[in-house]
Write a protein that binds this ligand. Structure first.
Ligand SMILES: [Ca+2]
Length: 199
């Protein structure tokens, strides 16, 4: 388990958590970090393609696994329809019409291995709240890269985006999973860092 100094300083953590409401810093950069130690910090869960047949899923905080501190977010999807997509999402209040470089980093806990039957990670930044598959951004495989099952492995993931805040000034960050085979699977998210830098 890694210990991040920033998370040891509660004052800094709360300052960061509020930053999206009033972008501060001379260059307009907004930094958000959460390790889910005290709550979901504004993230809500959402999903699409979860019927025919009805797919059971859940996204909630857990102490089962953690990459940083004691808590993470557990993502469960029993992908009976071979099409389910579930994610957490959060709006950030930025400057309307401004284009941002957005760096989204997180720890991703997975026990998928090899190249067969792995799932696909969802990670995106959009001016609107994602609702359907076409709104989502799909990233790479959920594989640990191992050849066999070694249990939950925490992978450091990072994606770079460019996005323009709409008239509302909002940008939505989404993180989750696209189930691409008919299995029940469990994944974890922790140690999220999102940085918006105006162009
Ligand atoms: Ca944590």
């Amino acid at each position: 388990m890694r210990i991040h100094p920033v998370h040891l300083a509660l004052g800094i953590a709360s300052l960061v958590a509020c930053a999206d409401d009033s972008p501060t810093g001379p260059d307009g950069t907004v930094l958000f970090e959460t390790s889910f130690e005290t709550g979901l910090d504004g993230f809500a869960s959402d999903g699409t393609d979860l019927d025919d047949p009805i797919v059971e899923w859940s996204i909630e905080r857990t102490q089962e696994e953690a990459e940083d501190g004691a808590w993470s977010v557990r993502i469960d999807l029993d992908n009976l329809n071979d099409a389910g997509k579930i994610w957490i999402e959060r709006a950030f209040d930025l400057e309307p019409g401004v284009t941002y470089d957005v760096e989204v980093s997180y720890a991703f806990g997975t026990s998928d291995f090899g190249d067969v039957n792995t799932w696909t990670i969802i990670a995106g930044v959009d001016p609107e709240s994602p609702e359907v598959a076409d709104d989502l951004t799909f990233q790479g495989s959920t594989s640990t890269g191992e050849d066999e099952d070694v249990g939950v492995v925490w992978l450091d993931k990072s994606h770079a985006f460019t996005a323009t805040a709409g008239a509302s000034g909002e940008l939505w960050v989404s993180l989750g999973l696209w189930g691409t085979s008919e299995f029940p699977r469990t994944y974890y998210l922790d140690d999220i860092r999102i940085e918006f830098t105006p162009r």
